[in-house]
Design a protein around this ligand. Structure first.
Ligand SMILES: [Cu+2]
Length: 160
């Protein structure tokens, strides 16, 4: 009888230990899963910007550029922005360095947007400015130069 009891107790302890260990490993697995999905989610959100050298998130340099083309022959202004697409997420604070690279002060260019991102930075040749704003409205918005429509334009894309 004594040895039978010992076997039974041993069996019970064994089963109890097995249950505790398997539930502990389940908890650990769940933790690892959480970690993995968080990491994947983070990488998806950050996109290609992760690890790209020299990129400051949401900071953009936009130069004006005069193309080597015959404006009169083409019938449209041949000035352009060096950056014609800016993609950000809602809530991002965006900083833009706008640089008018023209040598003549009379060669003015603007960085202009309508509502809801209403702004108008009008720079003489050789001037530059830095400004910031928050992308609080989702959608696609055109920025343009008031002097060089319809060709000197770009798009601000604000993702949710
Ligand atoms: Cu212009």
């Amino acid at each position: 009888m004594g040895s039978n009891n010992a076997v039974t107790i041993g069996l019970i302890i064994g089963i109890a230990v097995a249950i505790i260990m398997s539930s502990a490993s389940l908890v650990m697995l769940a933790g690892i899963n959480d970690k993995i999905s968080t990491t994947i989610k983070h990488e998806q959100e950050e996109g290609v910007e992760v690890g790209a050298p020299g990129i400051n998130k949401n900071e953009f340099y936009i130069f004006t550029q005069e193309l080597n083309a015959d404006e009169e022959k083409l019938g449209v202004p041949v000035a352009v922005f060096s950056l014609t697409e800016i993609t950000v997420h809602k809530g991002d604070k965006i900083t833009i360095h706008f640089i008018n690279t023209a040598e003549e002060p009379d060669d003015r260019h603007t960085f202009t947007m309508e509502t809801p991102y209403k702004m108008n930075y009008d720079m003489a040749g050789g001037e530059s400015t830095t400004f910031s704003f928050t992308a609080d409205t989702v959608g696609t918005f055109t920025y343009y130069c008031t002097y060089d429509l319809p060709s000197m334009i770009g798009q601000l894309i604000v993702l949710p």
